[in-house]
Design a protein around this ligand. Structure first.
Ligand SMILES: [Zn+2]
Length: 488
């Protein structure tokens, strides 16, 4: 009995070991790539380079991938074969922790998230739509010319009983949608408005689609009303106007993605109306173009905004995936805040990780990236770093002062001539090393764009000749990634 327990305990430990080995291998690959992209010194910590290039640490990236995959699986229909596997993984997760039996990667990944928060999530059918299915709308009109689209919409005002306007908007972190029909005097004949829910769970795109869905129900209503007074001629279409290009495009080309059920409901209703002799058109109207119908729908949607949804649709998976990404990013931020790596970078750029720092490198040739990495990470050919790595005895500049990035950029008297253009280019930002090296600053104006300052900084760094190899005397100091300081 005792033997079995030991055996059972050993197996998960072996699995854990395998996972950490795999992670270590992936880390090595990621690190090599980061060094290559940044042309960084080998002494720079992986965590620092990851932050500098806005590249998720391997461990977090794997977890993010696993969680997003699980959420995608949760959206599959109840009769999909994967559901059985999900159920077993879920049971394993709940009974897990006693360490018996082999590890089930899906169950392990499920332990890192709360699955309960995903109840009430939309279903996405992975099957392709039948190619022989006829389009539900008689016409879908998205005029690429904004002015023409506005005029086309305005011309519909002549027949207000055949137009339904739909719109959606967000306000105070909540969403609302509305549909409205006007009369000739631009008074509201009939309307519907509905709260969609909080923006944390609902997107404006889905809200716009729900607006179109309710516009169809209004189309049916006005058709009956018209029938008693001025019934339109047989086959005359009712137009639904929406200012959301993305929603109209999604209806035009339905795909197996988030919002599929709303689009299905829209098409289903459109088919039903068509079968009753009420063909529908869908048309784009530019938003905020002073169209009375669009404005009325906008107003009603604003009045409808609220936290409690009053429509039958399930939460879209797109928002949940965004929430997972946000959560992982936050974890990374916290890790970076408490890490003891990258002291120099942290001092220069306080608001990292951010995509901004990666963009600094995007347009730079290698020899320029080589300079920028030295300036921002502090791992450079300067004497202070050489001394820190015990490559040299002192940390002194030619002028006798401590040779730091700040000293070279701002103070060193030996570089006054080279510094003239930099001073001029940087304007008020001169002296603020963070701002000069691409960090986000507030309240400081400079004579040129931030990119211009950075360009001048790199020109200066190149002219100073302090950031090129100083190691020919000692082969250990040779950096294999050293590039000539001119030309890409
Ligand atoms: Zn000096």
């Amino acid at each position: 009995m005792g033997k079995i327990t030991t055996e059972a305990r050993r197996r998960p430990r072996a699995a854990q070991l395998l996972l950490s080995l795999a992670l270590r291998a992936l880390n090595t690959v990621q690190r090599s790539a980061l060094i290559q992209i940044l042309s960084a010194f080998k002494s720079v910590a992986t965590a620092t380079m990851e932050v500098e290039l806005f590249t998720l640490p391997t461990r977090l990236r794997l977890r993010q991938r696993a969680q997003i995959t699980i959420v995608n699986l949760l959206t599959l229909p109840w009769d999909h074969p994967i559901q059985g596997v999900l159920l077993r993984a879920r049971r394993r997760r709940d009974n897990g922790g006693n360490g018996s039996g082999p590890r089930f990667p899906l169950a392990e990944a499920m332990k890192t998230m709360s699955l309960e928060q995903f109840s009430g999530l939309e279903t996405i059918n992975p099957k392709p739509t039948a190619p022989w299915k006829l389009p539900a709308f008689k016409e879908i009109d998205i005029n690429p010319d904004r002015e023409k689209a506005r005029k086309n919409a305005a011309s519909l005002l002549a027949n207000p009983h055949q137009v339904v306007y739909s719109d959606a908007l967000g306000h105070d972190n909540h969403l609302g949608a509305a549909a409205v029909v006007l009369d000739r005097n631009q008074n509201i004949v009939v309307s519907r408005k509905m709260a969609i829910g909080p923006m944390a769970h609902w997107s404006i795109h889905i809200a716009e689609l729900i607006g179109v869905y309710y516009a169809i129900s209004l189309a049916l209503k006005i058709f009956h009303q018209n029938g008693q007074s001025t019934r339109p001629g047989a086959g005359e279409a009712i137009t639904i106007l929406s200012d959301s290009k993305s929603a109209i495009q999604a209806i035009k080309n339905p795909r197996n993605t988030s919002g599929q059920r709303v689009i299905e409901a829209i098409n289903q209703s459109a088919y039903e109306l068509d079968s009753r002799g009420i063909p529908l058109r869908l048309q784009w109207i530019p938003g905020h173009c002073d169209d009375p119908g669009n404005d009325a729908a906008d107003c009603l949607a604003k009045a409808a905004v609220g936290p409690t949804k009053i429509h039958p649709f399930c939460r879209p998976v797109s928002r949940e995936k965004a929430a997972i990404r946000r959560q992982i990013l936050k974890e990374w931020e916290d890790e970076w805040k408490t890490s003891n790596k990258g002291t120099h970078l942290r001092r220069i750029d306080t608001k990292l990780p951010a995509i901004r720092s990666r963009r600094l490198y995007q347009s730079l040739p290698r020899n320029r990236a080589y300079l920028l990495t030295q300036l921002r990470t502090g791992h450079s050919w300067l004497a202070t770093h050489g001394k820190a790595l015990r490559h040299r005895e002192d940390d002194k500049c030619e002028c006798g002062a401590k040779e730091t990035v700040v000293h070279i950029l701002i103070d060193c008297p030996r570089l006054t001539t080279e510094r003239q253009r930099l001073r001029k280019e940087a304007g008020d930002a001169f002296g603020n090393v963070s701002l000069m090296l691409g960090a986000k600053g507030q309240g400081i104006t400079s004579s040129s764009a931030p990119g211009g300052i950075l360009d001048a900084v790199l020109d200066f760094a190149e002219a100073s000749q302090r950031f090129c190899s100083r190691g020919p005397k000692d082969p250990q100091q040779q950096n294999p990634r050293q590039r000539p300081t001119t030309g890409p």
